[in-house]
Design a binder for this molecule. Sequence first.
Ligand SMILES: *[C@@H]1O[C@H](CO)[C@@H](O)[C@H](O)[C@H]1NC(C)=O
Ligand SMILES: *[C@@H]1O[C@H](CO)[C@@H](O)[C@H](O)[C@H]1NC(C)=O
Ligand SMILES: *[C@@H]1O[C@H](CO)[C@@H](O)[C@H](O)[C@H]1NC(C)=O
Ligand SMILES: *[C@@H]1O[C@H](CO)[C@@H](O)[C@H](O)[C@H]1NC(C)=O
Ligand SMILES: *[C@@H]1O[C@H](CO)[C@@H](O)[C@H](O)[C@H]1NC(C)=O
Ligand SMILES: *[C@@H]1O[C@H](CO)[C@@H](O)[C@H](O)[C@H]1NC(C)=O
Ligand SMILES: *[C@@H]1O[C@H](CO)[C@@H](O)[C@H](O)[C@H]1NC(C)=O
Ligand SMILES: *[C@@H]1O[C@H](CO)[C@@H](O)[C@H](O)[C@H]1NC(C)=O
Ligand SMILES: *[C@@H]1O[C@H](CO)[C@@H](O)[C@H](O)[C@H]1NC(C)=O
Length: 732
Amino acid sequence: MLQNLPLLFLFCLYCSPTQGSIQHERKPYIVYMGELPVDRAYAPEDHHNNLLATAIGDWQLARESKIHSYGKSFNGFVARLLPYEAEKLLEEDNVLSVFPNTQNKLHTTRSWDFLGLPLKLNRHSNVESDIIVGVLDTGISLDCPSFNDKGFGPPPPSWKGKCVTGANFTGCNNKVIGAKYFNLQNAPEQNLSPADDDGHGTHTSSTAAGVVVRGASLDGIGVGTARGGVSRARIAMYKVCWSDGCSDMDLLAAFDEAIDDGVNVITVSLGGTPRKFFSDPTAIGSFHAMKRGILTSCSAGNNGPSTMTVENVAPWILTVAASNTDRQFTTAVHLADGKKARGMSINTFTPEKKMYPLISGALASKVSRDGYGNASACDHGSLSQEKVMGKIVYCLGTGNMDYIIKELKGAGTIVGVSDPNDYSTIPVIPGVYIDANTDGKAIDLYINSTKNAQAVIQKTTSTRGPAPYVASFSSRGPQSITVNILKPDLSAPGVDILAGYSKLATLTGDPADNRRNVFNILSGTSMACPHAASAAAYVKSFHPDWSPAAIKSALMTTAIPMRIKDATAELGSGSGQINPVSALDPGLLYNSSMDSYIAFLCKEGYNSSSIGILIGTKGLNCSTISPPQGTDGINYPSMHTQIIPSNASISAIFYRSVTNVGSGNSTYKAKVRAPKGLSIEVIPDTLNFGGVNQELSFKVVLKGPPMPKETKIFSASLEWNDSKHNVRSPIV
Ligand SMILES: *[C@@H]1O[C@H](CO)[C@@H](O)[C@H](O)[C@H]1NC(C)=O
Ligand SMILES: *[C@@H]1O[C@H](CO)[C@@H](O)[C@H](O)[C@H]1NC(C)=O
Ligand SMILES: *[C@@H]1O[C@H](CO)[C@@H](O)[C@H](O)[C@H]1NC(C)=O
Ligand SMILES: *[C@@H]1O[C@H](CO)[C@@H](O)[C@H](O)[C@H]1NC(C)=O
Ligand SMILES: *[C@@H]1O[C@H](CO)[C@@H](O)[C@H](O)[C@H]1NC(C)=O
Ligand SMILES: *[C@@H]1O[C@H](CO)[C@@H](O)[C@H](O)[C@H]1NC(C)=O
Ligand SMILES: *[C@@H]1O[C@H](CO)[C@@H](O)[C@H](O)[C@H]1NC(C)=O
Ligand SMILES: *[C@@H]1O[C@H](CO)[C@@H](O)[C@H](O)[C@H]1NC(C)=O
Ligand SMILES: *[C@@H]1O[C@H](CO)[C@@H](O)[C@H](O)[C@H]1NC(C)=O
């Protein structure tokens, strides 16, 4: 018997694994097949089932393994596969890529006025109300007044979408005209419906296209008018994010349907590690959207200020960084000796007493220590409940001390941080973050030198501060996929944004928190992304015929250059902060056609057969397409090159063409701003347009000796000016 064992083992290596025992080892893979065939008789599901059966070698098993067929806006499917089956499928003629399903993460009122898009504004209200913003997110809560449909007529006739009802979601209205959810993994979730258990999707949707709500606030904080950038536009929610994140396969399913349903702009405030275009669901989805004239706006990620952290980098995506506005939320601390301090936080609590006893973590330390934990930092387990109860505690560090002090029944936390954040968070008990080196030191000294130290933390108020800066958390370039394209593309407000929220979630997301509200203040590139999406929708309402690349160009070349504060900011803010009103009249556009994207992909090394499947053209041959010239090979509204190795001489050429969309006869002159040690020549440096829609070409030649060792970034700019328009491109 024993001798037979190895034989059995060998036998099983070669047999096709047909039965259930192996089924659990199968993992979801996405099989991406590019553009749908034009043939009307083509039945995607049948084709997918055939391919799957061939790869698995068993019809029954193939059927069980199939999860979902895409086939409305592009071709492909998801199935549970073993690695060798995935490899087999990749060899098929019609398959462009096969990649394992992964999870993506969310990139967690006054902002529109700050952007120069005031309430009373020239709007194409009728056109705007025909614009549909597709939001791929955590769901939506119609309890929020931002989605009141008073005054809205029925959905535009072109709308093909649906409203799916279910747990905690009773239906749509004429503002939120569509809602669907995608849970292909069949995860057991609380609300299997478009209901928003998180609040994130309600926040992003209302930022993009919420109606005007006067007197909106978070418990009196940030009182003002809350509204979306395009308040007349409609919203369609595609819920793709659940308790464990947002999966590739759900994201792709949402793109597949949103494009087909007839949305006009897509906003996606989530992301993951950048991947090659054909294995990246956001790159794939947004490509097919772009092909049908739909621009996709995506958040850049929250992993700044480190460089090389930017996500969602495909050139047809509008990649959005987060900037601050001139409004800050700050919280005051009053000490019993009359001294005051102020720091960042959103403290919704109104103090019940005049003063509370005040102690520091260091002095509230347990007498007999359990052996570890830092009491000064209020580490878990290091403090004595007896000493903390009913008191405000001063802690050093950056963690979530408010949770620890709450558990010990403390009255509040003052956290001394050595490098304070440039955004505010919501503590679960009264709390504030102050500068440890200045105010923090003074408070600590007061505690040490006073017998009955007392303090009170006031409710948060809003104050004015300098802007716009790129937020410290906003992800920075350079990117790793297309090294000579600058990402993020531009910045939009993403710091302390007051917008709609879901009452299914608590303000902090902590189940023990009992505060719920239809508005909340959140920060992140997640909040910036829908601002840019609605700016795009606003431009589209005036120029319905402009391509996604044209709209993106208009937003980029009219953006306001950002203030530069930190070393990596120039790699983090793109062209600057969006300026929607100027974007209506940019003067010139850097446009891109499908042919130019094909040439670009050929240049990037994707082979002819892959690109042919992507766009649905048989016999595409890169060798017959004249390669795009220059360093980046694409007509991009910004210019960027990475100097590799870093001690190499600087040398780059950017070939560009611009379309005149300003006045008929106009003369644009080039104006260059360059740092010492970098020569920038624009040839020709004057463009004479004889009419609108005329396209003229030029090139920009960069030359210079190797950059000084201590310099990491050279930042310059090109402006085309006809005295009416200033068309600006950053050169980094
Ligand atoms: C609605 O949501 C609440 C809170 O999340 C939950 O307790 C309740 O079960 C949900 N209702 C339905 C019908 O699922
Ligand atoms: C305790 O934490 C504070 C604040 O992070 C730090 O400055 C201090 O060095 C820490 N002490 C010890 C003993 O680790
Ligand atoms: C206050 O006292 C604590 C505990 O003795 C000590 O760690 C801290 O450095 C003192 N702070 C100041 C500002 O003197
Ligand atoms: C930009 O290019 C597209 C595709 O070639 C074209 O349809 C469009 O008219 C061009 N111009 C503008 C302003 O979008
Ligand atoms: C094209 O690229 C794909 C994916 O990298 C590869 O599987 C295929 O063999 C390539 N085709 C040719 C003709 O080189
Ligand atoms: C692509 O075009 C080149 C140059 O015309 C030719 O040599 C090559 O055979 C073509 N390849 C295919 C697959 O048709
Ligand atoms: C650049 O640096 C590399 C490695 O650090 C070195 O080998 C090379 O000689 C340097 N080149 C120049 C031109 O300094
Ligand atoms: C533009 O200039 C040409 C000649 O330079 C002239 O014939 C034409 O009328 C002008 N058009 C406009 C709209 O000014
Ligand atoms: C460029 O154009 C702007 C209008 O946007 C104008 O105000 C400015 O003076 C012009 N600058 C130059 C140098 O011509």
